[in-house]
Ligand binder design. Sequence first.
Ligand SMILES: *Cc1c(COP(=O)(O)O)cnc(C)c1O
Length: 224
Amino acid sequence: MTYDKRMLKENIERITAEINGRATLLAATKTVPPKIINFAADCGIRVIGENRVNELLDKYDRIDRERIDIHFIGHLQTNKVKYIIDKVSLIHSLDSIKLAEEIDRRAYRADKLMDVLIEVNLANEVTKSGIPFEEIDIFVDKIRHFDNIRLCGLMAIPPKCENSQENSLFFNKISKKFIDIFHKKVDNSNIGILSIGMSDDYMAAVESGSTLVRIGSAIFGNRN
Ligand SMILES: *Cc1c(COP(=O)(O)O)cnc(C)c1O
């Protein structure tokens, strides 16, 4: 894959202008090499999201971490938490108690309070991970007991939708729940991040209250 730097810069500037300070722009950088990630930082990107532990470890030393904050946005296996606990500032994909237990244990050892988002499965799709929408409250109640985890909000990848109205239904549903949890003042929490919206739907997400959008292809072009 070759990257057209001028195009990349234009994409970042356009999307930044569209979002207009209403949400954080996270660049989803799976398959993107460190050199290009660092160029994205030249264009103003300050947060990236990586999906795979091995890929993150491979790129980690070459990413300009003075300027770039790294989030983990992919499915996280329990046995890999130990490799990333000291390398990422936010895990978007907390989707089980077993994973919460391991994050808590590793964060304690690393002397760190680990910020997390609960990944929500909005339409109970079997192909996706995430806590079923109906079970969010129970799950929140369980994870507030972990001393080394701080709940910062919710993340979701909505089902493929036919149009932006359909998309907005899902976004509004999770946005309401986000506000609910925010008002509950849960222990060990600092609720402020609603991570919904990707390349095809980020403006709809922002309209629905997303505070962070995860954008890959609209910045870097289609992945092979
Ligand atoms: C790849 C990815 C994105 C970005 O997807 P695009 O459609 O390329 O913008 C966002 N979130 C997650 C979890 C991803 O894996």
